[in-house]
Ligand binder design. Structure first.
Ligand code: NAD
Ligand code: 89V
Length: 346
């Protein structure tokens, strides 16, 4: 009988519910949710009560001292990540931290290097690549039927009221590239390849928002491919595809298109097939978030399996630095009006 992996969650806010549901589902696969922590005692207690977690805390240090934890899942916001991760790494506890990894490059590198120096598992809960539609697209690419992609568009445009659940978006100094670009740029890396240089235009189209709410990024990949990665919270088209990532990928032998409603059309030669690549609804997921919510479950399962196997997660801290470097390059390109080579990952 394999010993359970003792999991603790830090941060019991808006999105953490999906982490809690996911870890409870993974109890059948050996995850044991032993404690939750939030500086707001009402949130910590409510999470523990609703999800049947034996202990709750308002201070992570106290939780690390009192509990025997194998894997800690940090679902707080980015400005708290470095302080918390440096503590969990110092305590030798395997750690998964939500995206954005950090508010800046220096913090992201510092956490990565601390974890590597300590030999501690550190991964970023970057879940778009684990969503069902995107795994289905990746499987078609891996089959080779359209050949090596040479052009792509990866698009996430919505007018869904993302501010209702995440009101802190209004005041961020840097918004959509850090919040959403880290997802879509990660998809570009995974599906098309690593990046040689980045150009970018940003816009602030909502006067209530302090930072950029729209970005149009162009990537020249090291394999010669070109991709357009565009994302906006100010798109007013209907039906609103939130939270679907739509895409077109072209290769020498065909193309893959994912349309609103998550129909995937694959063209090879003069034949086109279509498939529904939507995420299954789970007992605890609901439209329109269900695509993202299922991605949380698949991501948490990947973290559990990677930790158990003693191997880095696909979205390890060091891998996520490659994506974070694209986000920083996009900001620099938007500021300077020129193409920017991403900072090499140390
Ligand atoms: P939130 O503000 O609703 O929740 C964060 C919680 O962390 C709050 O309850 C706060 O009290 C708690 N907290 C803050 N500092 C703490 C500390 N030192 N110790 C313990 N608890 C602490 O934020 P949210 O909207 O749930 O977002 C959390 C993170 O999840 C963000 O980084 C966000 O980008 C990310 N997120 C990811 C996805 C996704 O994976 N697709 C979707 C939405 C949000
Ligand atoms: O998935 C996320 O990171 C959320 C979003 C609004 C993009 O769904 O912030």
């Amino acid at each position: 009988m394999t010993e359970p992996v003792r999991v603790a969650l830090v941060g019991c806010g808006f999105f953490a519910r999906n982490h809690l549901f996911a870890w409870k589902d993974l109890a059948a696969e050996g995850a044991e949710l032993v404690a939750v922590c939030d500086i707001d005692p009402a949130k910590a207690e409510a999470a523990a009560t609703e999800f049947g977690v034996p202990h709750w805390y308002t201070d992570m240090d106290a939780m690390l001292t009192a509990e025997s934890i194998d894997l800690i899942d940090i679902a707080t916001r980015m400005e708290t990540h470095r302080e918390l991760v440096e503590k969990t790494v110092a305590a030798g506890v395997a750690t998964v931290v939500q995206k954005p990894f950090a508010p800046n490059w220096a913090d992201a590198v510092a956490m990565t290097e601390a974890a590597d120096a300590a030999g501690v598992f550190l991964a970023v809960h970057e879940n778009f690549r684990f969503q069902t539609p995107l795994r289905r697209v990746r499987a078609v690419l891996d089959s080779g039927v359209i050949g090596t992609p040479s052009w792509a568009r990866i698009s996430f445009r919505t007018g869904f009221d993302v501010y209702a659940g995440q009101p802190y978006f209004y005041d961020e100094e840097r918004l959509i590239i850090l919040d959403l670009g880290v997802h879509t740029l990660d998809i570009a890396r995974v599906l098309i390849g690593e990046v040689a240089h980045v150009t970018c235009e940003t816009q602030r189209r909502n006067p209530k928002v302090r930072a950029e709410d729209t970005a149009t990024v162009m990537l020249r990949h090291t394999n010669g491919a070109v991709s357009v990665v565009d994302f906006s919270y100010e798109s007013r088209k209907l039906p609103d595809p939130f939270p679907e990532t739509l895409l077109e990928i072209e290769g020498p032998d065909g193309a893959i298109v994912v349309e609103p409603g998550l129909t995937m059309r694959v063209t090879v030669g003069d034949e086109t097939t279509e498939a529904d690549v939507g995420a299954p609804l789970l007992p605890w997921t609901s439209r329109p978030w269900h695509v993202a919510q299922e991605g949380v479950l698949v991501t948490c399962r990947h973290m559990l399996e990677s930790f158990r196997a003693g191997r880095p997660a696909d979205t390890s801290a060091r891998d996520n630095l490659m994506t974070f470097a694209l986000a920083e390059a996009a900001y620099e390109a938007a500021d300077t009006g020129r193409a920017v080579t991403p900072v090499p990952v140390p």
